[in-house]
Design a protein. Structure first.
Length: 174
């Protein structure tokens, strides 16, 4: 079942989180297994299934990154794992950051660490500013392949930068 349909909210990258939370709580009450303790085993199993679905759907839609991946999968924009590509021009831009990470591994310098961290911050901010109008103004009924492609590129660039940030976090103890 489509998680957006389950919560009766429109498909969106930026959604009304208060509405999502209220629908989650309403479903939690409706499907809580304790309320089905005296019903048939089939009804208990169904309630457990719906309660599990409610939790999974909420966890997915409440997290912006998971929600983005979920919507891109719904729209069949993402290929199988490992078959998606980060745009090559972006990878070329990342060579300098990757080289700096390698240098930090061999010879940690506080100034270089701060510089790389700042560059990653600026890149993330710039990427988000470019895609923010597409995310906030997304209309599922009018979504074009170009819009979905731009959001997909953002998704993979962001994942790439998150990996760089994870590598940087190894040096945070210096």
């Amino acid at each position: 079942m489509n998680y957006f349909e389950f919560f009766q909210i429109p498909v969106a990258f930026a959604l009304d989180e208060a509405l999502l939370k209220s629908r989650f709580y309403a479903n939690s009450k409706q499907y809580h297994p304790d309320f089905f303790a005296t019903t048939s085993p089939e009804e208990q199993a169904q309630a457990l299934h719906m309660s599990t679905l409610n939790n999974e759907a909420y966890r997915t839609l409440a997290d912006p990154d998971s929600r983005m991946q979920y919507v891109l999968n719904l729209k069949e924009v993402l290929a199988e794992e490992g078959q998606n590509e980060v745009p090559s021009d972006f990878l070329a831009d990342m060579m300098e950051l990757n080289e700096a990470l390698m240098e930090l591994e061999f010879d940690f310098e506080e100034e270089m660490f701060k510089n790389v961290s700042l560059q990653v911050d600026e890149l993330e901010k710039g990427l988000y500013e470019e895609v923010a109008p597409l995310l906030s103004g997304y209309n599922d009924q009018q979504a074009t392949p170009e819009v979905l492609s731009a959001i997909k590129d953002y998704y993979f660039k962001r994942k790439y930068l998150l990996r760089i940030r994870e590598n940087l976090s190894k040096f945070a103890t210096h």
